[in-house]
Design a protein around this ligand. Structure first.
Ligand SMILES: [Zn+2]
Length: 428
């Protein structure tokens, strides 16, 4: 099939991405560890895949060999009724294999209120609104419709094509992708459909959520000394975190592709708790207080290195503070360490995808690091699948009125479809 005829087929099906995105956004597939409600959404996707793929594999995560004992497995999840779904098209065996990876779990609809219903999937002014529209159901829908275009065009691929629709990505999850990899779904290259703003991301940073906990010094009468009130203690820990953030971002990071990123290694305080904040809570000096901070590291940074950096900074910081010397804070890795990933800029999947982007959009795709942290570390490091990130523009992820740009989804169907053809190869 010549390119023009293929483009015609693509344009016939591309707009299906709108309806498909709306439909899957309407499933409230919320993950609130340890409970994930992805089951119904995954059943819908498995059913949709039946008409398009040669094989559809639906499996609960512990069915993947070695999953529960794997070092990258994060032991918090309840796995029942929330399977991974993988669609496979077998190539003739003479080409390179390609996989797409996207997750269907979403964070809760907070903060409220929204102007658009959180699970309405409303289409308004060229945007689809809803929790997960951008992160990352829109991109997942685009990859599925791209495969449909390949099928509809009657193309026989040389290399295998795999689409992983996984569960459990949010909250530094990665368990869904880990299970897919351990079930054997790896490839010569991969594309993560996380919302990258129509930029091609080659590397992702590592990261971890840390908890810093301070306690009342019980040797002191609680009201006699403000310095031992955990609310004051945690306030100083927040200021320390700001100093940590500023110091580590003042110097150029090791990895050169982050040199143009203004804040390459953020340390963001995301939650603070002191006292019984709920209605009717006790009035009194709180016995303890904590903060949560998401701390990024460079793609190559190991768990031990990140841990040493955080603990080392606080160790020095509290040396200057009399109260903390006798009553030090506790520093806890609150989630798993989410590994970063590196794909060299000159890897062939970067070139192939960039060429296909240019063919469709008629301009060069910006190539650089992604600002997200996600499952790419598992795909690259454990799945040995060099995986890049190319997904749509959108905004308000993990916020009210999340949306994705519809035109990007339509364009991505075409970019992904061309990339599949060019990467996997086509039988005459
Ligand atoms: Zn995501």
């Amino acid at each position: 099939m010549n390119e023009k005829a293929f483009d015609q087929v693509v344009s016939q099906v591309a707009e299906e991405v709108i309806d498909l995105t709306q439909k899957i956004v309407q499933f409230p597939s919320v993950l609130k560890p340890p409970v994930g409600k992805e089951g119904e959404c995954q059943a819908f996707i498995a059913n949709w895949m039946q008409d398009v793929f040669d094989e559809v594999d639906v499996f609960e995560l512990p069915e993947a060999p070695g999953f529960l004992k794997h070092p990258a497995h994060w032991k918090y999840s309840d796995y029942e009724g929330r399977p991974d779904v993988v669609g496979i098209i077998k190539g003739s065996g003479t080409g390179r294999s390609l996989l797409f990876n996207g997750h269907v779990d979403v964070v809760p609809e907070d903060p409220l209120p929204w102007q658009h219903a959180p699970f309405g999937g409303e289409l308004d002014d060229g945007k689809i609104y809803g929790r997960g529209a951008a992160d990352c159901k829109g991109g997942l829908a685009a990859s599925l419709v791209a495969v449909k275009a390949i099928r509809k065009a009657g193309i026989k691929l040389k290399g295998d094509l795999i689409v992983q629709s996984v569960v459990g990505e949010e909250y530094a999850g990665a368990n869904g992708t880990l299970a897919a990899v351990l079930r054997g779904y790896t490839a010569d290259a991969g594309i993560s459909v996380e919302p990258s703003g129509m930029e091609l991301g080659t590397s992702t940073r590592c990261g971890r959520l840390y908890e810093i906990k301070v306690r009342r010094d019980e040797s002191l009468f609680m009201a006699s000394d403000q310095q031992s009130n955990p609310a004051f203690l945690i306030a100083r820990m927040v200021m320390a975190m700001e100093e940590f953030h500023n110091k580590r971002n003042a110097k150029k990071p090791k990895n050169a592709i982050y040199h143009n990123v203004p804040q390459p290694q953020p340390a963001s305080v995301v939650k603070i708790k002191a006292g019984q904040v709920e209605q009717g809570g006790l009035i009194g000096v709180p016995p303890e207080a904590w903060l949560h901070a998401w701390i990024y590291g460079m793609p190559e940074t190991t768990e031990q290195e990140l841990d040493e950096e955080v603990r080392g900074f606080y160790k020095n910081w509290i040396q200057k503070d009399e109260t903390f010397k006798t009553n030090p804070p506790e520093i806890i890795g609150h989630t798993r360490f989410l590994e970063g990933s590196v794909v060299p800029l000159n890897h062939p999947i970067v070139k192939t995808t960039a060429n296909c982007f240019k063919k469709v959009i008629k301009k060069e795709v910006p190539i650089g690091p992604t600002t997200i942290t996600g499952d790419l570390g598992v795909l690259v490091n454990w799945g040995k699948t060099p995986t890049i990130n190319l997904g749509p523009r959108g905004d308000h992820y993990h916020d009210s009125d999340e949306y994705v740009i519809v035109q990007d989804l339509v364009d991505l169907v075409s970019i992904y479809a061309h990339t599949i053809m060019d990467w996997c190869g086509v039988e005459d």
